[in-house]
Design a protein around this ligand. Structure first.
Ligand code: ZN
Ligand code: ZN
Length: 410
């Protein structure tokens, strides 16, 4: 067996056994790009071997997506097929596991009218609301991973020939997800434990505020009462331990919706579904985004923030040391799954309710009262760097250094 094949199988095994943690008799729903078909076949084989009863695949063809944006009538973007949402809801109710494989070409939607993109994202966000609540409260096991596509690989390695670019991207992914080590499962157990320990330590600290300082950034974020930091994996409603992102290097919690003040500058470009947004600064007042400037993709970012009431507020605060292995690779992935795990980040939009004690049982009103944001969108953007300092401020108004020059100081 070639070593590439071994790593590919390691990756698929990790995704199924440590990621969604597939159970005997369970259904696996995979959403994947056509360009990753050979990897999906490996995944399916290992899933059945591990006990899955059904493996369903929802194929995405990015070229077809682009054709639609270029040629379909404008009102086509205002609707999302309700049967697609219903299928996911039905499977979620029956306890299926959900695996999404990302490969988005960062330039897929370059030049497309931003109104069309905003309308399509809004329609999908609204239609998938019920399904999203399953995911965002961890009721079902779910996982996001990535596989190279020709366009994505070219963007990451523009100086390589196509084949080499895709190979290099595979290797970078294998390294980031620890599929290239002797015992990947053991490596993930150790990693998962470390992240959970860090999260528990921060939950115990119970900071009232985090204060971020870096070139272009001076931001204070209030953390709600009873907030919980989360890192690595956790249980779904049936008590099955799963890990929702591979790679994952972050510990995260929920910011208080009305408690964000100051301004923040991004440090890595954001690939928002095939459009790049970069060199942007966001200003906040009492949680609300009051001003945005961007050198690239300003219109797209503004439309994202205007999507609904909650998209003008934050829903996630995540800490990642600058020395994270993905950051050390010095590869700019143009893919949030990787770039967010190389950098401290925030997310515009909905918050994960499990980041507040009792949060998954709260109704919309109780969430609002607790400062837990709700929205039809959730988009991470990267703000960490080696120049970032973060202080934790306690309820007794004591300040302590949490990160210095992008590294943990506690
Ligand atoms: Zn995150
Ligand atoms: Zn996020």
């Amino acid at each position: 067996m070639s070593s590439f094949q071994q790593k590919l199988e390691n990756y698929a095994t990790l995704a199924l056994k440590k990621g969604v943690n597939i159970q005997k008799g369970q259904t696996l729903f995979i959403s994947a790009p056509l360009t990753a078909a050979s990897f999906i076949r490996v995944l399916a084989k290992i899933a059945y071997t591990a006990g899955a009863k059904q493996v369903y695949v929802d194929w995405v063809d990015e070229e077809l997506t682009r054709i639609k944006y270029d040629y379909a009538p404008v009102d086509a973007f205002q609707e999302f097929p309700s049967w697609q949402a219903a299928a996911r809801e039905e499977l979620a109710e029956k306890g299926a596991a959900f695996l999404t494989v990302k490969s988005t070409d960062p330039d897929l939607l370059k030049g497309v009218d931003s109104d069309r993109i905003a309308a399509a994202n809004k329609a999908a966000g609204a239609a998938l609301g019920t399904f999203r609540s399953y995911i965002q409260s961890d009721k079902v096991s779910w996982l996001v991973i990535a596989a190279p596509s020709p366009g994505w690989a070219r963007k990451v390695f523009p100086d390589e020939e196509q084949v080499q670019a895709e190979q290099k991207l595979w290797e970078a992914i294998f390294q980031a997800v620890r599929a290239n080590v002797d015992d990947p499962i053991a490596a993930w157990e150790e990693h998962d434990n470390k992240l959970q320990e860090k999260a528990a330590f921060l939950t115990n600290k119970n900071y009232k505020y985090l204060h971020y300082q870096a070139p272009g950034t001076d931001l204070t974020i209030e953390l709600p009462q009873n907030h919980i930091w989360v890192g690595g994996g956790g249980p779904n409603k049936d008590g099955v331990h799963f890990i929702a992102n591979m790679p994952t290097e972050e510990v995260f919690t929920v910011p208080h919706k009305a408690g964000v003040n100051g301004y923040v500058k991004n440090t890595k470009p954001l690939n928002y579904g095939g459009n790049i947004i970069d060199q942007f600064t966001i200003h906040f007042q009492n949680g609300k985004i009051t001003n945005i400037t961007a050198e690239e993709g300003e219109d797209t970012l503004k439309k994202l923030v205007e999507m609904d009431e909650g998209s003008a507020y934050l829903g996630e605060v995540a800490l990642v040391p600058h020395s994270s292995p993905i950051s050390q690779s010095e590869i700019l992935f143009y893919n949030t799954l990787f770039d967010e795990n190389a950098s401290s980040h925030l997310a515009i939009g909905s918050a994960y309710a499990f980041c507040v004690r009792g949060g998954t049982e709260m109704n919309e009103k109780a969430k609002e009262a607790h400062g837990i944001n709700t929205s039809i969108t959730h988009v991470d953007f990267m703000i960490g760097s080696q120049d970032m300092n973060i202080d934790g401020i306690s309820h007794a108004d004591e300040t302590e250094p949490l990160m210095r020059n992008g590294e943990w100081s506690i």
